[in-house]
Design a protein. Sequence first.
Length: 221
Amino acid sequence: MSAPAPMKEYQHPFIIRLTHWLNFVALGLMVASGLRIYNASPIWSFTIPDSVTLGGWLAGARMWHFLGMWIFLVNGLIWVVYNIATRHGRRTTIFRGRDVAGVLPMVQYYLRIRKNHPPVQKYNALQKLAYTSLPVLALGSLLTGISIYWPVQFQGITALFGGYDTARIWHFLFTTAFVFFFLGHIFMVTISGWSNFLSMITGWKKEPARKSPSIPQPSAR
């Protein structure tokens, strides 16, 4: 008998796919332009090669940075509201107390310490934790950005992060956290297979067909 054909399952609604790719573009714009802004007044003793920066000069980099920021802000708000307001988001994306126990087994699986994949639904506990932490990182990045762009107008926010220079370090750290999230996301997508990547474009994911339990045949007499 031939092997059963794989089944297709609808994984990602259009709004999730759209905001996912817009976030990818916005993050790229902000990181590349932010590195150019950093080079104009480095925090540490090193600078970033111009080939991986965006904007050409400080004013140009700021324009690109704010473009990326507005895309990221509006797009992020849509993503958050959708996941809170819809049954799909509340069930599959938001990290809850019952997901705590599933974090360590997933870490062990991704590090190849555990061979068998823990039982999960659409998103595993580690993915939920990562996705739920994104709004917190975004808020921190936004507040530190405000505090270093308008340090006089928003003195309270600037003071909250330890002053102008310290706020710049915090802003850099929040951005670094986003980059590490992106790298970890790419890693998990890579080990999950090509079908998982395509599902974020088409919405559909191929799942291995489940074999029907065999029915014993009566023996010939």
